[in-house]
Design a protein around this ligand. Structure first.
Ligand code: DQA
Length: 145
C-alpha cells in the first residue's frame, strides 16, 4: 500500500493559537496525532507535512506523483491564488492519482476572497468546515478508493 501525503500550507503551523474561534484549539501536533492514530488503525502509512513555502509544497506534490501516492491537501491561503500549486495538483490528478482538498473552516461562509479556490477544479473532491474531521473524512474516502 502506498503512502498518503497529508500536506498543509502556510500558517497552519500556528494552529491552536491562530484565530481559535475559526480554526479551533487543536495544534498541528494534535492534528498529526489524530491522523496517525487513524492510519495505525487502518495499517496505512501517512506522511503529515506542513510548510509556509509554495516551492516546498509543490515539491511534495511532485514527490507524490513520482511515488504514485494520493494526497490530502489543505493549501491554506494558497487555495485562493496559487496557479502554480493548481498546476502541480492538476499534474497529480491528471496522472490518475487522487487528491482531496480539505479545509478546517468553511471558506464559503467567510470573507469573499476565500470563496474561490483555484485548486478545487483539479481536485478529486473537496471537504470543508469539519475541523480535524475534514482530514479524517478525506483519509477515509481515500482508503475506500
Ligand atoms: C483554511 C482556509 C483558508 O482560507 C485560510 O487561508 C487558511 C486555512 C482552512 O483550513 O479553513 O489558512 O484553508
Amino acid at each position: 500500500m502506498s503512502v498518503i501525503y497529508v500536506l498543509n500550507g502556510p500558517n497552519l503551523n500556528l494552529l491552536g493559537s491562530r484565530e481559535p474561534e475559526v480554526y479551533g484549539t487543536f495544534s498541528l501536533g494534535d492534528l498529526e496525532a489524530s491522523l496517525q492514530s487513524w492510519a495505525l488503525s487502518k495499517d496505512q502509512t501517512i506522511k503529515v507535512l506542513q510548510t509556509n513555502s509554495e516551492d516546498e509544497l509543490i515539491g511534495w506534490i511532485h514527490a507524490a506523483i513520482k511515488e504514485k501516492s494520493s494526497v490530502v491537501i489543505n493549501p491554506a491561503a494558497f487555495t485562493h491564488y496559487s496557479y502554480a500549486l493548481r498546476d502541480a495538483c492538476a499534474a497529480l490528478t491528471g496522472s490518475g492519482l487522487s487528491l482531496i482538498e480539505v479545509h478546517i473552516s468553511n471558506p464559503h461562509s467567510r470573507e469573499t476572497f476565500r470563496h474561490n479556490s483555484v485548486v478545487s477544479g483539479v481536485a478529486t473532491g473537496v471537504i470543508a468546515g469539519f475541523g480535524i474531521d475534514s482530514y479524517l473524512l478525506a483519509l477515509e474516502q481515500l482508503s475506500r478508493r
